[in-house]
Design a binder for this molecule. Structure first.
Ligand code: FES
Length: 158
């Protein structure tokens, strides 16, 4: 259960929105920050705050790639696999991250530090191949840059 202060903050966000759906991503992201991922409990809480059905929240959650409906690592590395990044070596970059982390794309490292996910266009095509971790964009990230970026992320509080 989320603290009352967070619930009040989110109710305020919904009250300020033109439609409840407009506030949905903010509400789901806030709950995700609290729980680490959008748990079933969080879906019910989001539904109550947004005055939507749990199914409607579920539909919204599955639409947004940055909302996680299963446990993820403390940091999620999104590697863009859309056309600009793919043409600039994004696939090789994803493979490099996977090799360095010792996991397949879509998986989480055994220590829970990282989840590696391919994703759609991050809107950073001019800096392809692009990567996003949390709210932060990186690019261009070349395969040879992957090890240094992981070292940086390991030293970054999640
Ligand atoms: S295609 Fe990768 S950021 Fe747009």
């Amino acid at each position: 259960m989320i603290p009352d202060t967070l619930k009040q903050e989110l109710n305020q966000r919904v009250a300020e929105a033109v439609t409840n759906r407009e506030a949905a991503v903010d509400v789901m992201k806030a709950l995700q920050r609290h729980y680490g991922w959008l748990t079933d409990e969080a879906v019910l809480e989001a539904a109550e705050i947004l005055r939507l059905s749990p199914l409607q929240v579920e539909e919204l959650a599955t639409f947004y790639e940055m909302i996680y409906r299963r446990p993820v690592g403390r940091q999620v590395i999104h590697v863009c696999d859309s056309i600009s990044c793919w043409s600039m070596g994004g696939e090789t970059l994803l493979d490099r991250f996977a090799a360095l982390l010792g996991i397949e794309p879509g998986a989480t490292t055994p220590d829970g530090a990282f989840t590696l996910l391919p994703c759609c266009c991050l809107g950073n095509c001019g800096n392809a191949p692009a990567v996003m971790v949390g709210e932060r964009q990186y690019g261009p990230v070349l395969p040879d840059d992957a090890e240094a970026l992981l070292a940086e992320l390991r030293n970054t509080p999640s």
